[in-house]
Structures are given as structure tokens and as C-alpha cells.
Design a protein around this ligand. Structure first.
Ligand code: SF4
Ligand code: ZN
Ligand code: ZN
Length: 313
């Protein structure tokens, strides 16, 4: 078989073909292209200041560890910036405990400080306990993921403030973003698309700004980056993973992308246009502080506190 040469360096053998650009890349050029893409995304959306303290949300999976490695590298160019890794321990036995060990190991190797916050310490329950409680009462229409998502979001906000970071970087990829866009459309929640930006607005002093430096990189490539860089990560699925609709959308989008390469970028860019249009036409939703816990929310009592009440009632 014909061995193709890398289209960038023209010296090494290509091992990856990027259908949406036509490039064939060797390992080195591929890894560099991902790092450059992250730099370009950060610049495009104005994600970072030269002196930011950046908290990277690290779950122990491939995407978040790839992001930690890349941001660690980029941060070396900014002597006034610093990086800290933050993790949430939801309390999922046999799953998150293992992932957190791997996360800690990576942070050690990269000499990046690592802080963990747990559901148990802030909410009084682990996710395992919440799921058990829901089962014995047989009353929830919500899945474990629905609880986990809301509670984790709040936990990340709290820990990011606690470690004095200015921004929270999460490893959402182009795939996560396009899935979420379609999910929101299927749920009829178009306003949510406006809120889920690559870099969120500064809407309340207690709500940490979130950035998504991988938002324009397909998941296939963030995974490949982890393999090329020999990053150790957890690849076991969560035992509660139950997002049926998201999974259907994932399969659909991957099939579409295979037939019509670039379609994920088109969806992502459409959402950007929707955001622009909505920004111009709507006023900002005012955030207030939750009457019970003091975290920022659009309601009187935040969603996390409401969920916990339901558990207790
Ligand atoms: Fe939480 Fe669901 Fe993710 Fe498991 S799959 S960590 S329950 S959001
Ligand atoms: Zn090359
Ligand atoms: Zn609250």
C-alpha cells in the first residue's frame, strides 16, 4: 500500500486523515495542530487574560486530561498566568474514585495542584446515596444524570471560587457542543443555546466564567491526542449513564458527519449565529442569590437546593 506523507512537514509518514480539511498528518504535526487549534480558539473568543488563574475541570477522562496537558503547555508562554486542576467527587463507587486517582496521578506528573470537592461534603449525600433514596421512594422522573449535572455544575462553581481562580475551563468538545445544541432544540429550549457559549458572560460576581477551549475540536481528535501523548485516562463508562436522547443524537451526528464531513462545524456555527441574534434582541436574565445557599441563580431558590428538598420531602 502507498504510504502517504504528512501534508504539513512532508517528512514523516501520515497516520491520520482529517476529512473536513483534507490534511494527512503525522503524529507530531497532528499533536501540534490540536495545540494550535486550542490557542486559536482561546484567541478567537477572548477566553483568557495574560494573568488569569485558570481552574481546569478534570474528571479523569480522556478529554479533560488532554485539556489539562495542553493548557499546561500554553500557560508556560504566560509567566503571569497559573493553572490549577479541580475535580468533583460525586460519590460513584468503583467509578469516580478510580478516575480521581488517575486525575491526581496526571496532575502530579505535570506538577499542577489538584483540588477535589465532593457531593457528600457540600450536599450531605453522595450520588450513590441520592440514587438509592430515589429508588426507595420510587418517585423521581429525573435520571441520576439530571441530578448529577445540576449538582456538579454548582460544585464546580464553588470549588473554582475556593481556589481563587478567575476562569473555569471545561473539556467540552465540538461533539458535546453540537449534541447539546440539538438536544436543546429537541427540548424546545432555544434560550439555553444562547446561554451555553464558548465563553460565558460575566453575569454575577459569584458565577465563575466558564470557557471551552475544545469547543471547535471533534472528540475523535481529543481522544487521539490523549493516545498520541500517551496520557493515562479512565475509559470505563459511568454506571448511571442514561442519557438516551443524547446517545441517539450522538449516533445520528456521527453518521451525518461520515456522509457529509463538516456538518458538526455547520451546526456549531449556526448556534453562534443564533446567539448573536438573541443577544441583540433580548435583555440579560438577571441573576440573584439563592435564598438558601447564596449561589447565583435565576430563581428564588436554586435548582440544586430544590432537588435536595425533593429528596428530603
Ligand atoms: Fe453523572 Fe450521568 Fe455523568 Fe455518571 S454519566 S457522571 S451520573 S452525569
Ligand atoms: Zn508531519
Ligand atoms: Zn441554593
Amino acid at each position: 500500500m502507498d504510504t502517504a506523507m504528512c501534508s504539513l512537514c512532508k517528512r514523516s509518514e501520515a497516520f491520520f486523515f482529517r476529512p473536513y480539511s483534507g490534511e494527512k498528518l503525522c503524529r507530531k504535526c497532528f499533536a501540534r495542530s490540536i495545540e494550535n487549534k486550542v490557542r486559536a480558539t482561546i484567541a478567537k473568543y477572548g477566553m483568557l487574560e495574560y494573568n488569569d488563574r485558570i481552574a481546569v475541570a478534570v474528571s479523569g477522562g480522556k478529554d479533560s486530561l488532554s485539556l489539562l496537558h495542553i493548557l499546561g503547555k500554553i500557560e508556560e508562554d504566560y509567566p503571569k498566568a497559573s493553572i490549577v486542576a479541580v475535580s468533583v467527587d460525586e460519590g460513584i463507587e468503583g467509578y469516580r474514585d478510580e478516575a480521581l486517582k488517575i486525575a491526581a496521578e496526571n496532575c502530579g506528573k505535570l506538577s499542577i495542584e489538584h483540588h477535589v470537592i465532593s457531593f457528600k461534603e457540600i450536599y450531605g449525600y453522595t450520588l450513590d446515596e441520592i440514587v438509592k433514596r430515589l429508588k426507595t421512594r420510587g418517585k423521581s422522573d429525573l435520571t441520576p444524570c439530571a441530578y448529577c449535572g445540576v449538582l456538579r455544575r454548582k460544585a464546580l462553581n464553588i470549588i473554582t471560587r475556593k481556589v481563587n481562580a478567575d476562569k473555569l475551563a471545561t473539556a467540552h468538545t465540538l461533539d458535546d457542543e453540537t449534541q447539546t445544541i440539538l438536544l436543546n432544540i429537541l427540548h424546545g429550549d432555544i434560550l439555553r443555546i444562547a446561554r451555553e457559549k464558548p465563553k460565558t458572560d460575566e453575569s454575577h460576581p459569584k458565577l465563575v466564567q466558564r470557557i471551552k477551549p475544545f469547543c471547535e475540536i471533534p472528540e475523535k481528535e481529543t481522544t487521539l491526542y490523549a493516545y498520541v501523548k500517551k496520557i493515562r485516562f479512565q475509559d470505563k463508562p459511568c454506571p448511571y449513564s442514561s442519557e438516551a436522547l443524547r446517545n441517539d443524537i450522538r449516533v445520528f451526528l456521527n453518521r451525518m458527519e461520515q456522509k457529509h464531513s463538516g456538518v458538526k462545524f455547520t451546526i456549531f456555527n449556526s448556534a453562534e449565529r443564533i446567539r448573536q441574534a438573541l443577544k441583540e434582541s433580548s435583555e440579560k436574565e438577571a441573576l440573584k442569590e439563592c435564598l438558601e445557599c447564596g449561589e447565583p441563580t435565576t430563581q428564588e431558590v436554586c435548582k440544586a437546593c430544590q432537588m435536595l428538598h425533593e429528596l428530603e420531602s
